[in-house]
Design a protein around this ligand. Structure first.
Ligand code: FMN
Length: 217
């Protein structure tokens, strides 16, 4: 069955101005590993998750789940799980090359920022949906979830919320917290919070438009 929808409003001048303004704001986004502890109203987080949920997905399977943690106790539990993994990664069983590559980012096994964040969004995806009696295959589940997470991060940023994309090793142990069976695969945590007025982040440059974009013909 098909449905009629209103197409996006394209107006050359206006569309240019909007794209330029959005580009300028988007380029100010930086991963944040330092939050003030201020709490963000749930509806702002929920709106951004709803935007993420509007993402395109293979055969519209929407293979994602966004688990939100906002209580201090919940954040403390996630911090403990993450730091246990991180101690292995940085101290007990380090992959020396990887740890060396991370040096410019000043990251270490201390993840105190999790407690100072407002909401921790733990994202999982399913390759196969076993929620119903008949298992259903999802298509391009990982790619689809990546697009949804990009939209989540961008829209939190547009709403004035700072984020960190955080991928602790063996995030599987978090499945239990959220009561998920093992058809749910860990994707990433998006840590959302308010950044301090004066924020230090690793110095870095982004590739220029000429390096990342080629028009062919
Ligand atoms: C898939 C992915 C995984 C990441 N994992 C981590 C992580 O585990 N810990 C961390 O501190 N930053 C992590 N980051 C953040 C990157 O270090 C950061 O995006 C990169 O250095 C560019 O900086 P920017 O986000 O400020 O532009 C991750 C980013 C992505 C996209």
């Amino acid at each position: 069955m098909l449905e009629n929808i209103a197409r996006p409003q394209f107006n050359e001048n206006l569309s240019h101005d909007i794209s330029q303004a959005l580009m300028e704001i988007a380029k100010k986004r930086r991963s944040t590993r330092n939050f003030t502890g201020e709490l963000i109203p749930d509806n702002i987080i929920q709106n951004s998750i709803e935007i993420a949920g509007s993402a395109p997905s293979g055969a519209n399977r929407q293979p994602w789940l966004f688990n939100v943690t906002k209580s201090t106790k919940g954040k403390q539990i996630i911090k403990e799980i993450c730091e246990m993994e991180e101690r292995d990664f940085y101290i007990h069983k380090p992959n020396k090359k990887w740890v060396e590559d991370l040096r410019p980012f000043h990251t270490n096994e201390d993840k105190s920022f999790l407690l100072d964040s407002s909401h921790i969004i733990s994202i999982f995806y399913q390759n196969i949906n076993r929620d119903n009696l008949e298992a259903q295959k999802n298509y391009y589940a990982k790619e689809s979830t990546g697009i949804a997470c990009g939209m989540l991060i961008n829209n939190l940023h547009l709403s004035g919320v700072s984020t960190l994309t955080y991928t602790p090793k063996r995030m599987q142990s978090m499945r239990k917290l959220f009561g998920l069976d093992n058809s749910w695969l860990p994707f990433m945590l998006v840590i959302a919070g308010i950044a301090p007025k004066s924020l230090e982040v690793p110095q870095m440059t982004k590739k220029s438009i000429d390096e990342i974009c080629r028009f062919w013909q």
